[in-house]
Design a protein around this ligand. Structure first.
Ligand SMILES: [Zn+2]
Ligand SMILES: [Zn+2]
Length: 314
């Protein structure tokens, strides 16, 4: 029965994916602790050892040499995989800020698994929890609570490997997404092997590994640094900030204070001067008919931001 349902959805090409039924209510002011209450965490060796080894693999470039082909592949794979995380894992799976077909939904999830950030359900469940508990003691990666290392990478190895399926019931009804979650390390392994076989070792070390490590840290910067450095336009009940620099390396995710103020929008650079590459790509995909119903920022929120900017400038 499930197989029949899947087939008909693919044939029709129309997603049965509903628009967001998710409602994330951020913490109230009183829930945010005033002082740092640093906790001790146990980091699992089975997690951080392979993570460190992946960094060591980059050193192989000293043996293989660096070719122009490898550098170009690295840049292409960096932006493709970054887009898969920002448009796919973040804006689509976690926030459902636009709609698409079921096959493109799968493609976004598949592409994002090649960043080795587990599967779409795991990613969305943990990110929804972040918005729900931002900078409180329940936040998985708050620099205020647990410091830079834990908020950047440590939380990944601190017993957070399971998916909270209750938080992603809207995604769990698609068997192919559940498979992606369960087999999340298969696509990146196959893609890495294919890179070696097709393009050679230099492309593997530079094009695949260096760009993959950069995608990791760019993504993690959004959890760590955008809750520490930058400008706070909106008075949200958390430490989120806006940073042009992080927006440039993360294809728009650096407008994090905007995002915490209104998380359902497909756009994170709310104003024309705020560069948001992911959003520009989504607009192109919308023109191609691959995505639609890009959620907008309400005018009242835009006006609130303009007032805050004017007050600050006065
Ligand atoms: Zn945040
Ligand atoms: Zn978010």
């Amino acid at each position: 029965m499930v197989r029949a349902g899947l087939t008909s959805a693919y044939v029709s090409g129309v997603s049965s994916a509903p628009l967001p039924a998710i409602a994330i209510v951020p913490p109230a002011v009183g829930d945010i602790p005033e002082k740092k209450t640093r906790r001790k965490h146990r980091y699992e060796r089975v997690g951080w050892v392979p993570f460190v080894l992946c960094h060591c693999i980059m050193l192989g470039a000293f043996w293989s040499g660096v070719t122009w082909e490898a550098v170009v592949l690295g840049v292409v794979l960096y932006y493709l995989r970054m887009f898969a995380v920002t448009a796919g894992y973040h804006r689509y799976f976690a926030h459902r800020s636009f709609r698409t077909t079921r096959w493109f939904q799968f493609l976004l999830g598949l592409a994002a698994t090649t960043t080795i950030q587990r599967g779409p359900c795991w990613w969305a469940a943990h990110h929804r929890a972040h918005h729900l508990h931002s900078d409180t003691e329940k936040d998985l990666h708050s620099p205020r609570i647990d410091g830079f290392y834990h908020s950047h990478v440590g939380w990944l190895f601190a017993g957070n490997g399971e998916t909270d399926w209750k938080r992603v019931q809207d995604l769990a009804k698609y068997p192919e997404l559940v498979w992606l979650d369960r087999l999340c390390f298969v696509p990146p392994t196959l893609a890495a092997i294919a890179t070696i076989l097709i393009f050679g070792w230099s492309c593997f070390f530079i094009g695949w590994t260096v760009s993959g490590v950069l995608v990791w840290h760019s993504t993690f910067l959004v959890n760590s640094l955008t809750h520490v450095f930058g400008r706070k336009r909106f008075e949200t009940n958390d430490d989120s900030k806006n940073s042009l620099l992080i927006a440039l390396v993360t294809m728009g995710e650096g407008w994090h204070n905007n995002h915490h103020r209104y998380m359902n929008s497909a756009r994170m650079g709310f104003y024309p001067r705020e560069i948001d590459l992911t959003y520009y790509c989504l607009v192109v995909l919308e023109k191609l008919g691959l995505v639609w119903d890009l959620k907008k920022v309400p005018e009242r929120v835009l006006e609130e931001g303009r007032r805050a900017d004017a007050e600050r400038a006065a």
